[in-house]
Design a protein around this ligand. Structure first.
Ligand SMILES: Nc1ncnc2c1ncn2[C@@H]1O[C@H](COP(=O)(O)OP(=O)(O)OP(=O)(O)O)[C@@H](O)[C@H]1O
Length: 678
């Protein structure tokens, strides 16, 4: 909200006076519109209303002007000696409703407003009709008034917060309720139109007849997701007149499957809101990326999050991004962000990992952790019942029994190496070796594991969209030929080889079983041409990796730096917050195309580490000067090759198989809901 009190100075009063005249003129026009049952809403509506000040036993005159910027409420005293004005910005108004008086007396600044003509009549007819008694007396008589309820959440900067304001306009120009209702409806419609013009996603969606899809995990956080939704989210959605479908998840992967397989997702929905923790958002992201039409889905469906989980890093990062409050009412504030629902591009990180000859590709939005923070996150699960304290307790424990992990770290700095700050002396990164790294399994085994269709993949074929017109044939000889071709010359297809591995994607199976596509018409080509054709076609269907596959060497010539040694942790973040109270990568932006790699090397002192952990809540943990042990590097991609088989790796806070892992950022791949838009 922007409140602009106009001080009591002569020249401003006269200026106000001059502004009032046209307002009166337009009031008449607005009423004339209604009386004439005009349907077209105007850009500007103006009415004069009165509020009873029961304490002072006087009426306060309020000129209410609805225009594209919002609603101006100009308040004047009877003597016209004091004027102040408030603007309720159109972006702060989430919705309105009109009709008869709500039974429960709603609390708001203007509790009851009367139009000018009736106010005068009223005073004439009931000279004493002031104060509560008179109002109640009137209430007992038939109330022909129509009421417009305007719901706004006004933003204050210091401290940053949003407070609910309800403004009620009472229309009773006519003795006929229908006429009064028509006036109220005109105001209601005009508010909607102004919101639509301001780009409010809900209004735009309404215009296209689409709904929000809300996925709720009843088990997230303290397990009260359903209750929180009914009490805190649903009322706001009602005020904003948001149409939605609520899907309550019944088991892990429910949301991922729902989003992946629902054919009319884009036709039916204008966006997807996750009412849960980061875990369910991860499912939704990977469900979208598992669709044949992922590109369109990512473009057309902005994603929102209402934090009902325990970590809630994304919800806090989004609030931080658009300068919206988070505490003390994270659910309310996040709901308001979703109601605004303006699409803002956000980076997604493609993660490739391998475990026991199997490759996986998944998509991440928050972080990848190896070492200290991942250990604290996962190992403290056993203390979940004590709440956020579990992290502190476990951090103390891990400081006492500090672990280091041996391994290799490769990264592709965002700036070229010549622009990089001086490398840390203790472990200066070296150029990546050109030599091939060891791979798991023989080439033939790898090829077989790549080509081997997973049982889940087969069942998923049923879900392929009809409109893709894909015909699949289970042709074993084609499968063998493909597997052979891949094992013979992987290097030719190096760039795209990883596309064949994605064990979790049905699209992999689609190609790897040698299925024919009526679109690609590959059947007339020889095997190697078909592989190339398949790769070309596949590239349209998945985001194309620009870095070598996980089993391929990384070259210094391509800008890769590497270091080998002992690490306390390597933690990569691409949003500002890892959890609502962990301001881990302050420099990060939703769409900066950067991964912030925080490296802590062995040899770091316990007190330095303690300061690091303590500083994470307000973002003061990273060294200002180059430090031999703690370093933050903005990168575009990185790879970790841990030695040994014991340790913890996390993606977006969830544990994954321990082994080599690499990540690459895809700038602005998805859209998230914010209040600011682009
Ligand atoms: N109905 C359900 N029953 C059990 N588990 C579920 C259900 N729906 C989703 N899940 C799983 O629960 C996991 C955790 O969910 P979520 O992230 O929403 O909550 P959280 O762990 O409390 O929050 P955070 O990730 O912020 O710590 C997800 O990985 C999801 O797959």
């Amino acid at each position: 909200m922007t409140a602009n009190p106009i001080p009591r100075v002569e020249q401003q009063e006269s200026e106000a006076e001059s502004q009032l005249k046209p307002m009166h003129a337009e009031t008449a026009e607005a009423e004339a519109d209604v009386n004439g049952a005009a349907e077209a809403a105007t850009d500007e509506l103006i009415g004069i209303f009165y509020v009873e000040n029961r304490r002072r036993k006087q009426n306060i005159k309020i000129v209410v002007k609805l225009c594209p910027e919002g609603i101006y409420l100009r308040r004047e005293t009877a003597q016209n000696d004091h004027i102040n004005e408030q603007l309720i910005r159109i972006d702060d108004i989430i919705g309105s409703s009109c009709g008869q008086r709500l039974k429960k007396r709603a609390r708001g600044g203007l509790t009851s407003c009367k139009s000018t003509r009736n106010q005068q009549q009223e005073q004439h007819q009931h000279p004493d009709a002031e104060g509560a008694g008179a109002e109640e007396q009137q209430g007992k008589e038939a109330d022909n008034s129509a009421y417009l309820y305007i719901y706004a959440y006004l933003k204050k900067e210091k401290p940053l917060r949003r407070g609910k304001t309800l403004r009620i306009l009472r229309f009773r120009t006519s003795d006929d309720y229908a006429e009064n209702l028509a006036t109220a409806r005109l105001w209601h419609r005009t508010i909607r139109e102004h919101k639509q013009r301001s780009g409010a996603a809900g209004e735009v969606a309404r215009a296209t007849g689409k709904k929000l899809l809300i996925l709720l995990n009843p088990k997230s956080g303290s397990g009260k997701g359903r209750e929180l939704f009914q009490k805190q989210v649903a009322p706001v959605l009602r005020e904003a007149e948001v149409q939605y479908d609520l899907q309550i998840t019944t088991h892990p992967n429910y949301a991922q499957e729902f989003v992946r397989s629902r054919k009319d997702l884009m036709e039916r929905y204008s966006g997807i809101v996750v009412a849960s923790g980061d875990g369910l958002f991860y499912e939704v992201l990977n469900g979208l990326m598992g669709r044949m039409d992922w590109r369109r889905a990512c473009r057309e469906l902005p994603l929102g999050i209402i934090p009902c989980g325990s970590g809630n890093g994304l919800a806090k990062s989004i609030a931080h991004h658009c300068n919206e409050p988070y505490e003390p009412k994270p659910i309310l504030h996040a709901t308001l962000i979703c109601v605004a629902g303006r699409a803002t591009p956000m980076d997604v990180v493609r993660v490739e990992l391998t475990h026991r000859d199997r490759h996986y590709v998944m998509y991440s939005f928050l972080s990848i952790g190896w070492g200290l923070i991942a250990d604290i996150d996962i190992e403290s699960e056993s203390l979940r019942s004590i709440g956020a304290q579990r992290f502190t307790l476990w951090a103390i424990r891990r400081l006492i029994t500090l672990r280091c992990y041996r391994g290799k770290l490769y990264y592709l700095p965002a700036k070229s190496s010549t622009e990089q700050p001086a490398a840390a002396p203790a472990a200066a990164p070296a150029a990546a070796p050109a030599a091939a790294q060891s791979t798991t399994g023989t080439p033939q085994e790898q090829a077989n594991s790549q080509a081997e269709p997973q049982p889940a993949d087969f069942s998923e074929f049923k879900d392929l969209p009809d409109d893709e017109d894909v015909q699949l044939r289970d042709n074993q000889s084609d499968l063998d030929q493909f597997a052979d071709a891949l094992s013979l010359d992987r290097s030719i297809y190096r760039q795209n080889a990883d596309s064949w591995h994605s064990a979790v994607s049905r699209r992999t199976a689609y190609y790897s079983i040698g299925g024919q596509s009526s679109r690609s018409n590959r059947s007339r080509l020889n095997v190697s041409q078909r592989i190339e054709a398949a790769n070309a076609e596949f590239n349209q269907l998945v985001p194309v990796s620009k870095i070598p596959g996980l089993q391929m060497p990384l070259s210094a010539a391509d800008g890769w730096l590497h270091e080998e040694g002992e690490f306390v942790m390597v933690h990569a973040a691409y949003t500002t917050h890892l959890a609502s109270d962990c301001y881990f990568a302050p420099e990060s932006r939703l769409n900066d195309g950067l991964i912030y790699l925080v490296i802590i090397r062995a040899g770091v002192g316990r007190s330095q580490l303690l300061n690091f952990l303590l500083g994470m809540h307000n973002g003061t943990h990273l060294p200002m000067e180059p430090d031999p042990h703690i370093q933050v590097v903005p990168v575009r991609a990185f790879r970790i090759e841990p030695c040994g088989s014991h340790g913890i790796l996390t993606i977006d806070g969830e544990r994954v198989d321990y082994g080599p892992i690499q990540a690459e950022v895809f700038p602005g791949l998805i859209n998230v809901m914010t209040t600011t838009g682009q």
